[in-house]
Design a binder for this molecule. Structure first.
Ligand SMILES: [Zn+2]
Ligand SMILES: [Zn+2]
Length: 342
């Protein structure tokens, strides 16, 4: 590249800027440490002095300048670069190259079949609706749960078959109930995915940076996916007219970003949530460790995210006894139902 370098074109947008944007788009996300390596490589190549630019010499201000130019370049195309902190991994800040008007089909669904796109939508429904209730805000699914939505319910499959229109969970076309035949042999009906297809799709969504898979085997959305799908998630799962009530998508009291992994108020009906990574700073500014809304002592032992399941005794027992995680999760679900009957 060194030999062919030409002076920057107008507005100061240089080959270095272009190379940075290409590297960013190819990766999808960058942490500052990763950006230091990328920018050191670019500078080394362009300055043509044997590539000897140490990554540590790249400052945050350097990086931010490159991000600013890249944002200006992609803005007319409805792309953006945003950053957020990783809720799970110690709060490291992550920058992501995103399409601000994304839905699951345009995002995780590019270059995938309609069946796979429909599955991804069912997977998100499982994360943000089915396994995200006022009592259990898991917002993650284990493998067994991910496999349980491998095929559409009969109603959904008929809806798809009838008008071929996935209208995003809210549509109640209930007259499709009671149709005969379960879809086998009928080409117009959505057949869903085989278990082996689900497993390979999940693996590729993890590899592409849309899903995280935890040590306990739970799948959840990555910071990148959350940034990209933020407005879609709100529009799909929240009720804008019920602001004071429990909502599927909730925000951190400290940083105001989405909480899918964090803590909840010990008062079950209270809607205050806090990231683990935000709590130190949050409590430092307060005299008492009590909920800012309902004043219940904040014990930090009620969770949002997979720990809503894994911290339960039923999960621990189930894992010890059976060794299989999905069964361990089922044990917690059963325990939860028993509690609800009291
Ligand atoms: Zn926060
Ligand atoms: Zn509270």
């Amino acid at each position: 590249m060194g030999d062919e370098w030409e002076p920057p074109i107008p507005a100061g947008y240089s080959d270095a800027n272009r190379a940075f944007l290409q590297a960013f788009m190819a990766r999808g996300t960058l942490t500052f440490r990763e950006a230091q390596k990328v920018l050191a490589g670019i500078k080394g190549a362009i300055e043509d002095d044997d590539g000897a630019v140490p990554p540590q010499s790249i400052t945050m201000a350097d990086f931010e300048n490159f991000v600013r130019s890249a944002r200006e370049a992609v803005e007319p195309l409805d792309y953006d670069i945003r950053n957020t902190r990783d809720q799970v991994r110690g709060g490291e800040r992550v920058w992501a190259f995103i399409n601000a008007h994304s839905d699951p089909a345009t995002q995780m669904g590019t270059a995938r079949s309609p069946e796979e796109v429909a599955y991804i939508k069912r997977l998100l429904d499982a994360m943000f609706d089915q396994y995200n209730t006022p009592r259990m805000e898991v917002m993650a699914v284990d493998e067994g749960q991910a496999l349980r939505v491998s095929r559409p319910t009969r109603r959904e499959s008929n809806i798809h078959g009838n008008n071929n229109n996935n209208n995003g969970g809210g549509g109640e076309g209930s007259d499709a109930e009671g149709g005969d035949g379960d879809g086998d042999g009928t080409t117009t009906v959505s057949r869903g995915l085989k278990h082996s297809e689900v497993l390979s799709l999940l693996a590729s969504l993890v590899a592409e940076g849309w899903l995280d898979k935890s040590r306990d085997g739970f799948y959840s959305l990555t910071p990148r996916a959350l940034m990209e799908l933020w407005s879609w998630l709100m529009a799909t799962y929240n009720d804008p007219d019920a602001e004071a009530e429990w909502q599927h998508i909730k925000f951190c009291e400290a940083c105001k970003e989405i909480v899918t992994y964090g803590q909840r108020c010990n008062e079950p009906d209270c809607t205050i949530r806090l990231h683990d990574i935000c709590e130190d700073g949050f409590w430092r500014t307060r005299r008492e460790r009590t909920c800012p809304k309902c004043s219940t002592p904040w014990e930090g032992n009620h969770y949002v995210g997979e720990r809503a399941v894994t911290s339960r005794s039923g999960f621990q027992r189930g894992r010890g006894r059976k060794g299989r995680r999905s069964q361990a999760t089922e044990a917690v679900e059963e325990e939860d139902e028993e509690e609800e009957e009291d």
